[in-house]
Design a protein around this ligand. Structure first.
Ligand SMILES: Cc1cc2nc3c(=O)[nH]c(=O)nc-3n(C[C@H](O)[C@H](O)[C@H](O)COP(=O)(O)OP(=O)(O)OC[C@H]3O[C@@H](n4cnc5c(N)ncnc54)[C@H](O)[C@@H]3O)c2cc1C
Length: 442
């Protein structure tokens, strides 16, 4: 079968290689030309490209199932395969990858480009071609690219064929990223860690994290409410360094005797929690032969590092459904939509509830014990009662859906209702940090 894929991000390239290995001829089209001859890759339009990514075990599992050589190639490029027994943030699973997103995508792109049966081309996808009431290919820079199956893997702002799809749910999640990449100095040890990615800590009104990557590189990250304009100042290197040195979890990494920056400060655009199914507003297949994949289906606040894991799971299940229903695009779309509704949408709903409540608490509100606790507080409650790990661990590892937490939510809520609160991590409050970065910097 001739397949056309819009978007050569992780979803589009993974699907392309896997489909080609099933005997299909696949053309992937992206507006991005790929790395330039000197190795630079700005990747305009994918703002997260240089921001830190945690690569959960589901990603390594999908690669191992479909293209095991890519794992070897990632390791050869400097990525580290690390045990993550309970997922990225928990103490106890399958291996995760420590690697810059740019390294992951370079290796994946090189794989797809070298794969017999895959063509990776450059061009802007203007629309999905239609013929006889079904998808017939892509319109690329005004020229037709004929295909029997079309996959929209064009990412979180996907607008392709919007008229045959019910509108997206959700929107801006209200949080914003600002990060910077560093390299450890020769002989320097990594800084403090409390998770397979590195370290992640919540302070009063904001959150910080360090993600260890490949080749002794890492990213320092500050996550704050998007509408707190005082933090726009963090775009300056001096302000970012001042803020990082003021927070012990970051200072232990970015101190000048341990590391040096290798990128400018990277401000993040708006972060989204969105979900969009495969079907039209009436619950029917809008355009047979067109499927949506990856962030074009679901994006979640990246602070839990779920995006590519969700995208890979989608891709693995889409491949299974294409194998199960050869030549029946309606059946594939309906079954894939049902699978996404049951297995993807809950991660979106989880984050919407979590982020709304987090922003309320970051604005000064206390834990609300009159209603269901959001997932972050149920995770926090494991500190007070480690027995909760039995249920919380699989959720954190994304081995169990958010609804699995229902079993222990009343127990966790009782802990908070009795007055327990998570211990505060050392460092300035958000107001104190805002004050610090507003001062003139040396
Ligand atoms: C700040 C941030 C941090 C993140 N951190 C993590 C993390 O820690 N762990 C994790 O698993 N996930 C993380 N994510 C999510 C992750 O980046 C996404 O899930 C992932 O990029 C989805 O891949 P994709 O291939 O579906 O979409 P994308 O990576 O967005 O790729 C879409 C591609 O389509 C192309 N395209 C779009 N429109 C057109 C068009 N009209 N014509 C031609 N080409 C087009 C784009 O150029 C792009 O190459 C993060 C996201 C953000 C925003």
């Amino acid at each position: 079968m001739e397949v056309a894929i819009a978007g050569a991000g992780p979803s589009g390239l993974f699907a392309a290689v896997a489909l080609a290995r099933r005997g299909h001829r696949v053309t992937v089209v992206d507006r991005d030309a790929g790395p330039s001859d000197d190795g630079a890759w700005a990747r305009r339009g994918v703002m997260q490209f240089h921001h830190p990514h945690g690569f959960r075990p589901q990603i390594a599992e999908a690669l191992r199932a479909e293209m095991p050589e890519m794992l070897d190639a990632l390791v050869a490029a400097g990525a580290e395969v690390v045990p993550a027994p309970g997922g990225l943030g928990s103490p106890a699973g399958a291996p995760a990858l420590r690697c810059r997103r740019s390294v992951f995508e370079r290796v994946l792109r090189a794989f797809a480009t070298a794969e017999p049966g895959v063509t990776v081309g450059q061009g802007h996808v203007d629309d999905v071609l239609r013929s006889g009431g079904r998808a017939a290919g892509l319109l690329v820079d005004g020229r037709p690219l004929a295909a029997e199956l079309v996959i929209n893997a064009s990412g979180r702002s996907a607008r392709l064929a919007a008229d045959v799809r019910a509108p997206a749910e959700g929107g801006d999640c209200g949080l914003a990223y600002v990060s910077r990449q560093y390299t450890l100095l020769p002989g320097a040890e990594p800084g403090p860690m409390n998770a397979p990615i590195g370290i992640i800590e919540t302070l009063t009104g904001y959150m910080v994290a360090v993600f260890l990557h490949d080749n002794r590189t890492f990213s320092a990250l500050i996550i704050r409410p998007a509408d707190d304009r005082r933090f726009a100042a963090l775009r300056s290197s001096a302000a970012f360094e001042t803020a990082s040195m003021a927070v012990p979890a970051l200072a232990g990494w970015v101190a000048p005797d341990r590391s040096r920056p290798i990128s400018p400060v990277l401000p993040g655009g708006r972060l989204h929690n969105t979900y969009r199914g495969q079907l039209d507003g009436r619950g029917r297949v809008g355009l047979p032969g067109l499927l949506h994949l990856g962030d074009a289906v679901c994006t979640t606040n990246p602070s839990a590092g779920r995006g590519i894991a969700v995208a890979m799971r989608q891709a693995v299940n889409l491949l299974r459904l294409l194998d199960e229903h050869p030549g029946d695009p309606d059946a594939v779309a309906l079954a894939f939509d049902e699978w996404c509704t049951e297995n993807v949408r809950p991660w979106f709903a989880d984050h919407v509830y979590w982020d709304t409540d987090l922003l309320r608490r970051w604005a000064g509100g206390d834990v609300d014990v009159t209603r269901r606790l959001p997932s972050d507080l149920i995770m926090e409650a494991t500190e007070a009662d480690p027995a909760l790990w039995r249920v919380v661990g699989p959720y954190m590892a994304m081995e169990a859906l958010p609804s699995s937490l229902d079993e222990v939510e009343p127990q966790a809520r009782a802990i908070f209702a009795a007055g327990w609160r998570p211990p505060l991590h050392p460092g300035p409050t958000r107001d104190e940090l805002a004050e610090l970065i507003s001062l003139p910097h040396p």
